[in-house]
Every structure is written in structure tokens, then in C-alpha cells.
Design a protein around this ligand. Structure first.
Ligand code: NAD
Length: 386
């Protein structure tokens, strides 16, 4: 149990390294930053190894590098890349704070389990991103831009020809034609990266506002000949299309996709299963050697029919479908630094008079605290452990 007599807040981070996860929720740079806000950091041994931060790096920055149980016993708040599993939830003392992408839009049972264990849960996916004070906490933006960058590199690597046009003594090679579906944070970064590699890029998004952003990056905007002018929903995000609109969109995308060598999909609607943009018929219509990178691939399905997370499927007609939802983990050092800053800034937001506290009269608190909310606005200090 953390020593409550200390004025500082103790913050703990675990080793979350797994087959598909190399990131860590705290980096040495952020340890130093947190120290200035009166936060003591505890990190599990080896937690940063896969992201190329050694235990010594953390110690030099002023963190305590300890075993898992000592993190549990010593910290009041815990930051995550992924969310804690049932065993860890069980092990965390009542009153502990859990900060991360908790999946609260789609998994109420999980939020209920945090509540039942008496934890205070801050769901970063609920961050009101339009608030200027929330920009540095926006993990969706930081990790999606890393993902979009890497998606273009993965596609280029898997593609059997060049991205740029090249004139050689043995002939001229035409540039790759790349289609990016979903031009939000990830899509725009994929467009920029594919363009830097020399590809001819076209992009599409259901939000009319995205067209100018696509054009400003030197890409073409794909005209599907459909009017989804009301495609923008609350807070500047896409709305879910009706089943009829979705069928129209799929038919149009399937038809246009046949002209491209590489397709990168990043389309999501917050709190919902990703929309299918390219159906099996569309994939079957692609030329042999085409590469599809589906960044929305998930166990619930992705933007491309037949994609599967963390798998590369080669279809009978020689099309590679790469299910790549965790690409930010492949740029682990930078992705961790950005993510750690995002999570740390969320933590610091909740430190009031040297203690962790929820103030429901603040928009950020009201939106993001999904478990352990005080009964009355601004009345409770939920930080104290029992
Ligand atoms: P996201 O990851 O939820 O979605 C990715 C993209 O997929 C979005 O651009 C969305 O419009 C698109 N999409 C969804 N359904 C689609 C469909 N059926 N067909 C085609 N495209 C579809 O979103 P994101 O990238 O995190 O952010 C989206 C937008 O939110 C940004 O471009 C920006 O305008 C806004 N945003 C604002 C702030 C802010 O105000 N500070 C911060 C971050 C993002």
C-alpha cells in the first residue's frame, strides 16, 4: 500500500511486452517530466526493453525499477498501453487509479468490473479531443499518426515493385498507385508517407471536411459519385452510415479499388465496429500482387472483408491482405515517448493539491472518469486507498 503521508503521487507502470506489443506507458524522458509535477515513478523491471529503454535509463531519470508486486504495492495510479486484465484488476488495491485506453465505448462489462473492484478508471478514449487543454493527452492522435506512417512503410515493403517512378537503363518503372481509405489522423500520415516514397496517392473519407486536407498533401480525392455530405457526425468525427449508404459505398469502393496497386484502410467510427469498405468482391477484383493493409482489422472485423488482426492472408488471386491494427507498436521508441506523455498529462490533470482527485464539474473529468466517480460533483477525493 502506498504511503499516504507522502505529499507526492506514486505512479506505476507494468511490463506489457507481448508478441504484438513493444510499447511501454512510461519512458525515462517522462519520468523526469513527472518528477517536476511531484510524481514518483515505479516501473516494473524490463518494461522498457522492447522499446529500447533500459532499466538503467529509468533509474538515471529517477524512477524506482522494481518487481511487479512492488509496483502494485507502491503506486496509487497506474498507466497502461493496453488495459489491465482480470488478474491485475484483482490484484490492484481498492481506490487505485487506472488510466488508459479502456475500451469503454464497446465493453461496459469491463468498466463494471473496474467499478466492482473499487478502482477509479480514467478512459482516454473518452477524451474531449476538441478541447485545447486536452491536445497533449490525445493518445488516439499520437498513436494513429505513428500507425499511419508505418502502414505506408509496411505496404511498400510488401509490394513487389517500387513506390516511386524510376527511369533505369533497363526501362522506366511507373510509380505505385496507392489508395488510402479513411483520411483521419492515420490516413493523412499514410498519405504523406506514401507520397514521400514517391507513390501516386488517392484518398477517400466520408467526412466532406477531409477533402481539402487530402488535397493539401498533394494527393487526389477519390470521387465515388455519392453524396454523403452529412457524413460528419458529432465533434467532427464520421457518423455511421445507414445500411443502404454502406452498400452503395462498398459497391463504389469495390469498383474503384481495381485500379490501385496498394490500398491502406484506416476508417473507424468511435465506439462502433469498423465499417467494411472493401468487400470480398472488391478484393477479388484487385490485380495479382496488390497489397492491402487494414489498420482497422480487429476480432470484430475490419475495413476489408477477410482481413484478420496480425495476419497476412494471400488470396487465391495473389493479393496480400495485411491485418495491422498494432503498427504503432512497431515504432516502439517514439510511439512510447508520445503515449507516455499523453498518459502522464492525463495523470497530472487529476493531481489537485498534491493528491489525486476527481472534479466532475470539469468537462474532462466528467467525460473520462468511467468508474469510481464521486457521488456529488467536486465533493470527493477518490484517491485515498482504504
Ligand atoms: P478515427 O480513427 O475515428 O477514424 C479515421 C477516419 O475514418 C476518419 O477520418 C473518419 O471520417 C473515417 N471514416 C469513418 N467511417 C468511414 C467510412 N464509412 N468511409 C470512409 N471513411 C470513414 O478518427 P481520427 O483519425 O482519430 O480523427 C478524425 C477526425 O477527428 C480528424 O481528422 C479531425 O478532424 C478530428 N480530430 C479533431 C481533434 C481536435 O479537435 N483537437 C483531434 C483529433 C481529431
Amino acid at each position: 500500500m502506498a504511503d499516504q503521508s507522502q505529499a507526492s503521487v506514486a505512479y506505476g507502470v507494468f511490463n506489457e511486452t507481448s508478441e504484438h506489443e513493444k510499447r511501454v506507458a512510461l519512458t525515462p524522458e517522462i519520468v523526469t517530466r513527472l518528477k517536476k509535477s511531484g510524481v514518483r515513478c515505479l516501473i516494473e523491471k524490463g518494461a522498457g526493453d522492447a522499446a529500447l529503454f533500459s532499466d538503467e535509463d529509468y533509474e538515471k531519470a529517477g524512477a524506482q525499477v522494481v518487481d511487479r508486486q512492488a509496483v502494485i504495492d507502491g503506486a496509487q495510479a497506474f498507466g497502461f498501453v493496453d488495459r489491465p486484465d482480470a488478474a491485475l484488476i484483482d490484484a490492484l488495491p481498492k481506490g487505485s487509479w487506472v488510466i488508459g485506453m479502456l475500451g469503454s465505448f464497446t465493453d461496459q462489462a469491463y468498466v463494471d468490473s473496474l467499478q466492482a473492484h473499487g478502482l477509479v478508471a480514467v478512459a482516454i478514449e473518452k477524451l474531449p479531443r476538441q478541447l485545447s487543454s486536452a491536445q497533449s493527452m490525445d493518445e488516439m492522435t499520437s498513436q494513429n499518426s505513428v500507425m499511419g506512417y508505418k502502414a505506408a512503410l509496411v505496404a511498400a515493403n510488401a509490394y513487389g515493385s517500387f513506390f516511386p517512378m524510376m527511369t533505369t537503363a533497363a526501362g522506366t518503372i511507373r510509380p505505385a498507385k496507392v489508395l488510402v481509405l479513411g483520411a483521419g489522423i492515420a490516413g493523412l500520415q499514410a498519405i504523406a508517407t506514401a507520397r514521400r516514397l514517391g507513390a501516386v496517392v488517392t484518398a477517400y473519407d466520408v467526412r466532406p471536411a477531409s477533402k481539402n486536407e487530402v488535397l493539401s498533401l498533394g494527393a487526389k480525392f477519390l470521387d465515388l459519385g455519392l453524396d454523403f455530405s452529412k457524413g460528419q457526425g458529432e465533434g467532427g468525427y464520421a457518423r455511421a452510415l445507414t445500411p443502404e449508404e454502406q452498400a452503395q459505398q462498398q459497391a463504389a469502393v469495390d469498383a474503384k479499388a481495381a485500379g490501385f496497386d496498394v490500398i491502406i484502410t484506416t476508417a473507424k467510427v468511435p465506439g462502433r465496429k469498423p465499417p467494411v469498405l472493401l468487400t470480398k468482391a472488391g478484393v477479388d477484383g484487385l490485380k495479382r500482387g496488390a497489397v492491402v493493409v487494414d489498420c482497422a482489422a480487429s476480432d470484430l472485423g475490419g475495413n476489408v472483408e477477410g482481413s484478420a488482426p496480425e495476419q497476412t492472408i494471400v488470396t487465391a488471386n495473389g493479393v496480400q491482405i495485411i491485418g495491422a491494427p498494432t503498427l504503432s507498436s512497431e515504432v516502439a521508441t517514439t510511439a512510447s515517448n508520445l503515449l507516455a506523455r499523453n498518459v502522464a498529462d492525463v495523470l497530472v490533470h487529476y493531481i489537485r493539491d498534491g493528491k489525486l482527485a476527481v472534479d466532475l464539474s470539469e468537462e474532462l473529468d466528467d467525460k473520462m472518469v468511467v468508474a469510481g466517480r464521486p457521488a456529488e460533483p467536486a465533493s470527493a477525493d477518490a484517491a485515498s486507498k482504504e
